[in-house]
Write a protein that binds this ligand. Structure first.
Ligand SMILES: *[C@@H]1O[C@H](CO)[C@@H](O)[C@H](O)[C@H]1NC(C)=O
Ligand SMILES: *[C@@H]1O[C@H](CO)[C@@H](O)[C@H](O)[C@H]1NC(C)=O
Ligand SMILES: *[C@@H]1O[C@H](CO)[C@@H](O)[C@H](O)[C@H]1NC(C)=O
Ligand SMILES: *[C@@H]1O[C@H](CO)[C@@H](O)[C@H](O)[C@H]1NC(C)=O
Ligand SMILES: *[C@@H]1O[C@H](CO)[C@@H](O)[C@H](O)[C@H]1NC(C)=O
Ligand SMILES: *[C@@H]1O[C@H](CO)[C@@H](O)[C@H](O)[C@H]1NC(C)=O
Ligand SMILES: *[C@@H]1O[C@H](CO)[C@@H](O)[C@H](O)[C@H]1NC(C)=O
Ligand SMILES: *[C@@H]1O[C@H](CO)[C@@H](O)[C@H](O)[C@H]1NC(C)=O
Ligand SMILES: *[C@@H]1O[C@H](CO)[C@@H](O)[C@H](O)[C@H]1NC(C)=O
Ligand SMILES: *[C@@H]1O[C@H](CO)[C@@H](O)[C@H](O)[C@H]1NC(C)=O
Ligand SMILES: *[C@@H]1O[C@H](CO)[C@@H](O)[C@H](O)[C@H]1NC(C)=O
Ligand SMILES: *[C@@H]1O[C@H](CO)[C@@H](O)[C@H](O)[C@H]1NC(C)=O
Length: 460
């Protein structure tokens, strides 16, 4: 762990121990396609093989998210340097805020809604995601979450036997905050959609069945994604998991793009640059080993996917011209014109806390409708959920209020104790229900929130 504690917390004494030494890499399985209890609960059959909807620059987009690493750290790590030779290095790509969860949420929903913590949220069904846009064009999709116990699992985290240090107590490998789509009720509350939030045993089964969908969000577990470990551990996981799969045509073919990114950079006092690589057989031969210095953010993931398949948009950050440039190799094929955002025009996206929104209990405004007149890179209409009130726009939303000051939390927040532990053999994992005690101690919850926000060791 290399948090700049001295700069962040000038009032603290010099800190000698910054966290336990990362353990040596332990493969979660005998191979990326060999079923293992460490990959999650048993596979739940495979996804149906869907007809391919041709994209303009690629037919499959697989994104793999790592955690909390500065650009410089990742780009000096051998495996990342070697991978960059096979693809395009994006060296002007920024995360959107801190900590983790708002970055994940924004990458599928086009906004982080003022969120500045890693708490449990259920974003209401009238707030749309990339899933609505993909399904409107029949583009198949899934999420793959390593160490998640069952498909569509909604718990806050999941604890199981520690496979890295078997003598240690049970370990939490899966967390909901890194699973963006389950946080949206427009996905979680529809069983056919929730079933597409799958674990790595399902992933293995889907690859073997040639059924990997056209869009996928892939989250390694808390040790493999560098969150609880470090970049060297994640690099070894890449060698174990990703490198063999890059040679497997059921994962990576000549129309596939595999994106590697990090949720946020680790040093929070400076802007939020993260390493992003575009890999896969879909990267044109002549661009392999090149660097693209266009300004991008996590919203560029949405705009690029929209541009590729001619999708509609969410009418949020995905249509913000400054924040959502389309990856150049795609823009070149489609003729999309990006905006030239030069150094001093790059927005500061390391801010966390004071941004008003429906998930900010200190500066709360309700969820508002998307901007229906926005034009996104896909050219399609802004998606309008059937139950959205289009009159409630950002322009005529009520003034922000401080719910914390009233001892309240935001309506979309859920109980923090919604976790689960490994079930006894033969039983199915359960999530503990809403706890009245937790509901009654909202004030304490808010204090916890403040603590989490202020304590960099807990940021993620
Ligand atoms: C999507 O698939 C359905 C069912 O096969 C079909 O009716 C519909 O026209 C398709 N939509 C598009 C945009 O291709
Ligand atoms: C299988 O999928 C169903 C929903 O389709 C879900 O209820 C069940 O929990 C899943 N089981 C596992 C082991 O993932
Ligand atoms: C996938 O296929 C490989 C090679 O045939 C096999 O070893 C593995 O067990 C299969 N995995 C699953 C989850 O079926
Ligand atoms: C993938 O294929 C390349 C070229 O065919 C080979 O050099 C490399 O060793 C393979 N990697 C793995 C992990 O199998
Ligand atoms: C891409 O792969 C397909 C088969 O998977 C093949 O038919 C096609 O020729 C390949 N295209 C290129 C440009 O290599
Ligand atoms: C975090 O990103 C910024 C770019 O905005 C960069 O200047 C800074 O060096 C990064 N942090 C580190 C320690 O690399
Ligand atoms: C686009 O994002 C920038 C940076 O966050 C912001 O300043 C600007 O107001 C946004 N534009 C619109 C139209 O929302
Ligand atoms: C972007 O703007 C800068 C400064 O105005 C200029 O030097 C640069 O050539 C421009 N780049 C592109 C790709 O237009
Ligand atoms: C979205 O749904 C929630 C919950 O049903 C409702 O309270 C809110 O007013 C709706 N917001 C908009 C913008 O439609
Ligand atoms: C939205 O505004 C229009 C015109 O002012 C009004 O007729 C309609 O009832 C409003 N809809 C909602 C859901 O408030
Ligand atoms: C909101 O209220 C809380 C509790 O009274 C206070 O600590 C916090 O500073 C307030 N936040 C803002 C932005 O006013
Ligand atoms: C898991 O959730 C419980 C609350 O249910 C919480 O106390 C614990 O800190 C969480 N662990 C992780 C690693 O998120």
């Amino acid at each position: 762990m290399v948090f700049s504690l001295a700069t962040l917390l000038p009032w603290t004494l010099p800190i000698v121990v910054l966290g336990a030494q990362a353990p040596n890499f332990k493969a979660p399985s005998e191979g990326p396609l060999i079923a293992s209890p460490n990959f999650g609960g048993p596979s739940n059959s495979t996804l149906p093989k869907s007809p391919i909807v041709p994209g303009r620059a690629f037919d499959r987009f697989l994104q793999i998210w790592f955690e909390n690493t500065d650009f410089a750290t990742a780009s000096s790590t051998t495996v990342f340097r070697q991978l960059a030779q096979q693809g395009i290095l994006l060296n002007n790509y920024f995360a959107l805020t801190h900590p983790s969860e708002p970055n994940y949420v924004a990458s599928v929903g086009g906004d982080f809604f003022g969120m500045h913590d890693d708490n449990l949220y259920n974003i209401p069904t009238n707030i749309s995601t990339i899933v609505d846009l993909l399904e409107a064009k029949n583009v198949s999709w899934a999420e793959y979450q390593e160490s998640m116990p069952s498909d569509g699992f909604q718990g806050f985290n999941f604890t199981q036997q520690d496979y890295v240090t078997p003598s240690a107590p049970p370990y939490t490998y899966y967390v909901r905050k890194h699973n963006p789509l389950i946080i949206f009720d427009s996905v979680a509350s529809i069983p056919s959609r929730a079933a597409r939030i799958r674990n790595f045993n399902d992933f293995a089964a889907d690859v073997n069945a040639s059924a990997i969908p056209q869009w996928a969000f892939i989250t390694p577990n808390l040790v493999d994604d560098a969150h609880d470990t470090n970049i060297d551990y994640a690099a070894q996981w890449i060698q174990f998991w990703l490198l063999p799969l890059l040679n497997n045509t059921d994962f990576n073919d000549n129309r596939t793009v595999v994106m590697i990114t990090f949720d946020e950079n680790e040093t929070m006092t400076i802007n939020n640059q993260v390493l992003t690589l575009l890999l896969g057989g879909g990267i044109p031969e002549k661009l392999r080993g090149t660097t693209d210095s266009t300004y991008y953010t996590h919203y560029s993931i949405l705009s690029t996917v929209q541009n590729n398949w001619g999708l509609g948009s969410l009418g949020r950050g995905d249509t913000n011209a400054t924040m959502a440039n389309v990856f150049s190799f795609v823009a070149e094929v489609t003729g999309w014109k990006n905006v030239n955002v030069t150094d001093n025009a790059i927005p500061l996206t390391n801010i966390s806390g004071p941004i008003p929104g429906p998930l900010n209990s200190d500066v709360y405004i309700p969820f508002t409708a998307p901007n229906v007149s926005a034009v996104g890179a896909g050219g399609g209409k802004v998606f309008v959920a059937p139950n959205i009130n289009l009159n409630l726009t950002a322009a005529n939303a009520p003034a922000a209020v401080n719910l914390t000051g009233q001892g309240l939390n935001v309506p979309a927040s859920g109980p923090l104790n919604s976790s689960a532990t490994a079930p006894a053999p033969g039983s199915s994992p359960t999530t503990s229900g809403a706890s009245n005690l937790m509901r009654m101690t909202i004030k304490h919850l808010s204090m916890l929130t403040v603590f989490v926000v202020c304590n960099p060791l807990l940021w993620s």
